[in-house]
Design a protein around this ligand. Structure first.
Ligand SMILES: Nc1ncnc2c1ncn2[C@@H]1O[C@H](COP(=O)(O)OP(=O)(O)OP(=O)(O)O)[C@@H](O)[C@H]1O
Ligand SMILES: [Mg+2]
Length: 275
């Protein structure tokens, strides 16, 4: 069994044959890792993750997912191992009711009806959707539709789970629930990849962040490394978390404090050094 969930070597991609949307991407994500991908609009984040289930193939370079070369593996095989919850749930939903939506993928993968029923029930419950089971997904709010898309991917238990902007349109309570879900998936040794613009969410829930700008990976590291690298932040148009920003401002008055902090507790420890 390969150790790597995702392995990309010198990957290039273009939609129109002229403009490179991905350039020289080298990336390894190990099995069981939990990583966030961040970067400005149009950086190529969604294009990159579409390479992880073979929906897009590189024009140059190599993409291996759990050891499978995506150019030589049918998308149907990859889909069983890699679940993607897309940025816009409306591109993913089509069934007449929420429960049918969830059951569809399971039936498609050939699970027996008994398993389909059990897993649908479980996914409805986990994503707090049981009361909408008979409702058409199209009558739900944007945040609820996103949860239906998440539930249908969770239901078939893929090894690699990718979320493109899972917190968009979610209130604080649902955001916390998504964070718990990511933790749970990680505990189950799933590989979890999340594309997000939400700096606070990334800092609180990830130990590794990959930063993209103009089709390239420009940095990889801990939130502390990334959010203290002003050059990276500027290039990728990222703002530091509020705690880091506060530390940077405080340094004017407390010159010995470390600004490599992304958590309130760490900033507190720095400040009490002065007391
Ligand atoms: N289907 C497509 N056909 C042609 N160009 C595309 C297509 N999808 C994306 N692009 C272009 O590729 C580039 C990267 O787009 P992509 O959606 O990967 O960015 P992103 O980092 O996910 O941005 P965002 O943060 O806005 O979601 C953009 O310039 C975009 O206009
Ligand atoms: Mg995107």
């Amino acid at each position: 069994m390969p150790e790597n969930a995702v392995y990309l070597k010198e990957v290039y991609f273009t939609y129109d044959g002229i403009n490179m949307v991905l350039s020289n991407i080298n990336l390894t994500i190990k099995k069981g890792e939990k990583v966030a991908i961040m970067g400005e609009n149009g950086a190529g984040k969604t294009t990159l993750i579409k390479h992880f289930n073979g929906l897009l193939k590189p024009v140059k370079g190599e993409v291996r997912i759990l050891g499978y070369d995506t150019r030589r593996t049918p998308v149907s095989t990859l889909a069983r191992h890699v679940g993607i919850v897309f940025q816009n749930p409306d591109h993913q939903l089509f069934a007449e009711s929420v429960e049918d939506e969830i059951a569809f993928a399971l039936r498609n993968f050939g699970f027996p009806e008994e398993v389909v029923r059990k897993r649908t029930e479980w996914a409805l419950n986990v994503m707090d959707l049981t009361r909408y089971r008979k409702t058409s997904p199209f009558l739900l709010s944007g945040g609820e539709r996103k949860r239906v898309a998440i539930a249908s991917v969770l239901s078939y238990n893929p090894e690699i789970i990718i979320f493109d902007e899972p917190t968009t349109g979610q209130d604080y309570f649902q955001k916390q629930k998504i964070a718990q879900l990511l933790k749970l998936l990680s505990l189950q040794n799933k590989t979890v990849i999340v594309v997000t613009h939400d700096v606070e969410f990334a800092v609180e829930n990830f130990e590794k962040i990959i930063v993209m700008a103009r089709g390239r990976i420009i940095a990889e590291g801990t939130p502390e490394d990334i959010f203290n690298d002003m050059k990276v932040l500027k290039t990728a148009r990222l703002l530091p978390p509020q705690v880091t920003e506060c530390a940077i401002k405080l340094k004017r008055y407390l010159p010995r404090i470390r600004t490599q902090v992304t958590k309130v507790e760490d900033l507190f420890s720095e400040i009490i050094k002065y007391c």
